[in-house]
Design a protein around this ligand. Sequence first.
Ligand code: KIV
Ligand code: ZN
Length: 390
Amino acid sequence: MTQQTAQAQRIRIFDTTLRDGEQSPGVALNHTQKLEIAHQLARLGVDVIEAGFPIASPGDLEGVSRIAREVRGPIIAGLARANRADIEAAAKGVELAEKPRIHTFIATSPIHMAKKLGLEPDAVIERAVESVRLARSFVDDVEFSAEDATRSDREFLARIFRAAVEAGATTINIPDTVGYTTPEEIRDLFAYLRGELPEHIILSAHCHDDLGMAVANSIAAAEGGARQIECTINGIGERAGNAALEEIVMAFHTRKDHYGFETGIRTREIYRSSRMVSRLSGMPVQPNKGVVGDNAFAHESGIHQDGVIKARETYEIMNAELVGREAAVLVMGKHSGRAAFRKALTDLGYEVDEDRIKHLFARFKDLADRKGQIFADDLRALVESRSDVP
Ligand code: KIV
Ligand code: ZN
């Protein structure tokens, strides 16, 4: 589907790095670290920061309160299960925010309702309504989520969402809690629910990555009518993680011709945000990860390097600078070609004639076979040893 409309549809970015992201096994951020990340998220231009789950611990409540007090720009949300104690804690957490939101949720799938909650479907609806009403007594901006929505009955979802909207919810979130859905299925679910709910209600997608489809599913949800996407920096989160903010944003940016969506993200802040979250959470980014991985803009094969030297667009669909990184890197190794080798020497300040390049290139290939990756110092040693000169 290629959209040629001039008016791009705005997608709100709801960042949950500090809540669902912090639920990554082994990650625990202190207040100062959370505040540092929240300030960076505001610089990045996210629309909503889910700052934490205030009932979880006094520390979480304090973390959310500090962010609410000190970070300006985005909406600050606190998570709450559908009960009084959680909602009161969330209300306290966000009370000093410039734009406070309470995000309350209850599970709606048959397995969660029967085995986890021990509640009949009508009782679940009742709890949802009471909770949204209570949340609305504290703030004007209330988000309601149906946990495990993608394994729930869609008519039941429509019923509970209509009831939540009547009780005052302004955003309706449809999470793929266990990363189970597919792009076609979630697009269809959103299109159905869009038709069931008033137009002014924002539909939101929240996808997990258990089958590696969180980003694709989030984008498909937007095609079906989602106008808010919940995601995390580097895709960190519970189990296999959440949809990665940087991939969604750059997919919309790079393929605006195709999707016709835009976000308010300042893309040049993406890499800095990624490095900060990795450093503070202690979760490394896999080298081959899209947009922010070490290798995302590195070219190693001779054919690719030659192409990139002639025109970057041959093998780059976006510029590294656009996401706040250094220009593309040519990795010198046994797959490198002569064009890249010549360029690497020129970049290091050597003027070497074609005859000598030929000899040096043969020695470079031998070295690369033995050593793997070749660094600037190896190249300097190669040129300066002059052992190739008779
Ligand atoms: O995955 C999920 O269902 C959640 C909800 C609390 C929104 O994180
Ligand atoms: Zn989640």
